[in-house]
Design a protein around this ligand. Structure first.
Ligand code: AMP
Length: 432
């Protein structure tokens, strides 16, 4: 153990190191995410972690908490304003427009897995570096596409053994509807100005929609008391009903939440959240919706789009709560069933090293000890990691041009010629 006085560096607050049993959970969840996304026809995409800061102020919105308070922004050497991406949609739409995919692709269906950065106060379920699975379909306005995305999210959660997720849904209308709703809401709230928190008082003029996202209990209660409803034009209402009907048809239960607007400005029509009781106050596992104006706002043609993002830390937290702690790391190690190659003295180490490499070339997982430990200690760890076989090299074997194979399960030993070692092991364990 390193004492505090000696420890110079620690991971930054709100960030974490992932290893051992935890990394197995990560890779498992990521593998299932990829599987499900592929099944729905989405292909993987990776975009940079850094983008021009303006990309996010233009898309997520200047007046949102994400852009105003949470974005990590710095000037690069050329004086450009760069942001660590706080979310994924803007980057994917930027890539879609930059590569002019609207010219060649009818509909682009993408998913992406990677870290996001927000300078939030770290707490349970809130990190400064966290990971999202983002799924976006760019190039269509059809309501069935919204339903497909929700079905994908629910299927993925089931594939990760997460049950009892609540799907909450609203339709915030088109841009014109949002303007009408904002005006009505502003009028409604202005007469209650004193009851709003300082932030919401400022939001009244800057972006009144944000008051509906306010986490303060007093603001939430006021919104509830006023029975705030959003305006929806006939087309948006029809879209909403079509989404509800599609979800019903495929047997996905949802709850309508008439005041849910989501914290990002680009949403139009459908918005949804996936909530789980296990998460307590920060109960959103994921969220998304339709953003029909964003492609155009970022310099592309008019194209509809829809998507969502799941928070992977929260997903893993819920998974762990429902299933219990993941198995110890060594059990995953067992899956590979590494053959343990043991050098019994210094003179045989290089020979052991060569055999380890030969085994690996032959497709057999193999490891050796580099710590100069005793035979007993090496055998103990071979046992612990579930090695099916140990290969023993010592002075005697060297003199005879052989090695000793020890079958770990029953302790029996056989001598094989040095030149036969790979074949003999292959015959016993096969490729890993
Ligand atoms: P948003 O992009 O804000 O809609 O967030 C989508 C999902 O990402 C949320 O539902 C969370 O699961 C996750 N998420 C957002 N912010 C954080 C954070 N600071 N720490 C951990 N997960 C987060």
């Amino acid at each position: 153990m390193v004492s505090d006085a000696q420890m110079e560096f620690r991971a930054l607050r709100g960030t974490e190191d992932v290893f051992g049993a935890a990394i197995q959970e990560w890779t498992l969840v990521e593998a299932r995410a990829r599987q499900v996304a592929h099944r729905f026809g989405y292909t993987e995409v990776r975009t940079p972690l850094i983008e021009e800061a303006q990309l996010f102020s233009r898309s997520v919105g200047d007046t949102t908490d994400i852009v105003q308070k949470e974005m990590y922004v710095f000037a690069d050497r050329g004086g450009r304003s760069i942001a660590l991406r706080p979310e994924g949609t803007a980057s994917l739409v930027r890539a879609y427009v930059e590569h002019e995919l609207f010219k060649t692709e009818g509909l682009v269906k993408w998913f992406s897995i990677g870290p996001m950065f927000r300078a939030e106060r770290p707490q349970a379920g809130r990190r400064r570096q966290f990971h999202q699975l983002g799924v976006e379909a760019i190039g269509a306005t059809h309501p069935l596409l919204d339903a497909e995305l929700m079905a994908l999210a629910m299927t993925l959660l089931q594939a990760c053994e997460i049950t009892n997720t609540r799907l909450c849904l609203n339709n915030v209308g088109c841009r014109q509807d949002r303007e009408r709703s904002s005006a009505a809401l502003r009028q409604q709230l202005t007469s209650h100005r004193a009851e709003l928190c300082k932030d919401c008082q400022a939001r009244l003029t800057r972006n009144v929609f944000r008051t509906l996202d306010c986490k303060r209990e007093s603001c939430r209660r006021l919104v509830q008391r006023l029975h705030v409803t959003l305006t929806r034009c006939a087309e948006c209402e029809q879209h909403h009903q079509a989404v509800l009907a599609a979800l019903r048809a495929i047997g996905i239960a949802c709850e309508e939440d008439a005041t849910m607007v989501r914290g990002l400005d680009y949403y139009t029509k459908t918005v949804f959240e996936l909530r789980h009781a296990v998460l307590g106050a920060q109960d959103a596992l994921g969220a998304g919706g339709r953003y029909d104006n964003l492609v155009q706002d970022l310099g592309g043609p008019a194209r509809g789009a829809s998507g969502f993002a799941l928070g992977l830390e929260r997903l893993l937290l819920v998974r762990q709560t429902l299933r219990g702690k993941p198995a110890a790391a060594s059990q995953e190690w067992n899956r590979h069933r590494h053959v343990a190659v043991l050098a019994l003295d210094d003179a045989t180490q290089q020979e052991a090293f060569c055999v380890v490499q030969q085994l690996r070339h032959a497709g057999i997982a193999a490891t050796m000890d580099f710590a100069g430990r005793s035979l007993k200690a090496q055998l103990r760890s071979a046992n612990k990691t579930g090695a099916p076989l140990a290969v023993l090299f010592g002075a005697q074997e060297r003199a005879q041009g052989t090695v000793t194979l020890k079958i770990m399960t029953d302790g029996t030993q056989v001598e094989v010629p040095r030149a036969e070692v790979v074949r003999a092991i292959q015959a016993r364990v096969g490729p890993s």
